[in-house]
Design a protein around this ligand. Structure first.
Ligand SMILES: *Cc1c(COP(=O)(O)O)cnc(C)c1O
Length: 376
């Protein structure tokens, strides 16, 4: 089976993890800070806080933005469910805006139409690793005094207008699940330039506890004193994971270069395949190429999917619109909410793409797809 994605782990990664396993700290040790520094450095953000998962990081970022009961958070539905769930954890309401059909990222104008008095934050997603219209969303967020949180789970290593993703929203979330740009097994992070967010995020990651003398409400207590000031979680990343992250960060640019080369090869191989729509080429050298999503006729998509799988090709669908999941339907979200997202989703097919995919594997994927489409 050619998987749709997979991690790239080398002996250097194994050594880095092994070193931590023999050290004094498996968690709450020095590797976490090293990983955070490496991410902040790479993204040119002032602060970075690593978490146990991207989902935990999103939950924390939404909480840092002050999102709470009854608030609304605008986001695309063409995303992983976690983008929406993080709002539900805080008793807030995800409000879904439609995509721009060219970029497949959230449409700035449709997002603006969804703003109400209750809107607190706007969360564009860098779908497939392609940076969202950050300039447009920044202006929108500023105009309406909203917090801009970028879901960059898929776009670590991408650039927007010459700057790395992570330096341009109020907070940017990354994920280190094995299919993402780099991996720590499970893991996530928030990068930000805002000190208040940073301090909140640190507390939220550790149960809402602080020892920071400047922050304590009761300063009369001895040095052991710490205070729980918000309802946080144990969302810490381990040193084992962080050491893997540090090691993987050294190879990030190499991984992205290989993803881009593989994407280019797909464009070449797929150019004359009838019956498909290709992803936009425009941002080829800026995207992190998390996914290579082609679109086929919605009426044949599921048959093509099954036939590809039967040939050992791990195609995927990214995504069912978040609000089409039963849990969201039960909350009252209705089909038809984001027509362009639904149309995109119905024909979407992600082809295998990862740094070590071989040219021969890509050729096999394309030859197989071509012959299946001919028969469909
Ligand atoms: C992967 C992903 C997440 C969640 O990250 P985890 O690390 O798996 O918790 C959130 N949003 C998007 C768009 C993702 O791709």
């Amino acid at each position: 089976m050619i998987p749709y994605s997979r991690q790239s782990i080398g002996e250097d990664d194994v050594r880095a993890v092994s070193k931590v396993l023999h050290s004094a700290f498996l968690t709450q040790g020095p590797a976490v800070k090293k990983f955070e520094d490496s991410l902040a450095n790479y993204t040119r953000a002032h602060y970075c806080i690593a978490f146990s998962s991207g989902t935990a990081a999103l939950h924390a970022a939404y909480a840092a933005a002050g999102i709470g009961k009854g608030d609304e958070v605008i986001m695309p539905a063409l995303t992983f469910v976690a983008t929406g769930n993080a709002a539900l954890y805080l008793n807030a309401r995800p409000v879904f805006a439609d995509i721009d059909e060219v970029s497949a990222n959230m449409d700035v104008r449709d997002a603006e139409k969804k703003i109400t008095k209750r809107t607190k934050a706007i969360v564009p997603v860098d779908y497939a690793g392609r940076p969202t219209d950050l300039a447009g969303f920044r202006a929108l967020a500023k105009r309406h005094r909203l917090v801009l949180i970028e879901d960059g789970a898929q776009s670590l290593g991408a650039t927007y207008r010459g700057k790395p993703v992570g330096s341009q929203a109020d907070m940017t979330m990354f994920s280190f699940h094995p299919v993402k740009s780099i991996t720590t097994g499970e893991g996530g992070a928030i990068v930000t330039n805002n000190k208040n967010y940073y301090e909140f995020l640190r507390m939220f990651r550790t149960h809402g506890l602080t020892r920071d003398a400047k922050k304590l409400k009761d300063r009369t207590k001895a040095a052991w004193h710490q205070e729980m000031q918000v309802l946080g979680n144990n969302y810490r990343i381990t040193d084992i994971q962080a050491a893997l992250g540090v090691s993987q960060m050294k190879k990030l640019d190499g991984f992205i270069a290989k993803r881009r080369a593989a994407a280019k090869r797909y464009f070449r191989l797929l150019a004359d395949v009838p019956g498909i729509k290709l992803p936009p080429r425009a941002e080829l050298d800026n995207s992190a190429w998390h996914l290579f999503v082609v679109r086929v006729d919605a009426r044949v998509r599921d048959r093509v999917f099954a036939a590809m799988r039967a040939k050992g090709i791990g195609v995927q669908v990214h995504y069912l619109p978040v609000y089409m999941h039963p849990y969201y339907q039960d909350l009252g979200y209705k089909k038809g909410l984001c027509p362009k997202t639904e149309e995109f989703s119905a024909g979407a097919l992600s082809l295998p793409l990862f740094p070590t995919i071989a040219a021969k594997q890509q050729q096999f994927v394309v030859d197989t797809l071509r012959s299946i489409l001919k028969r469909s």
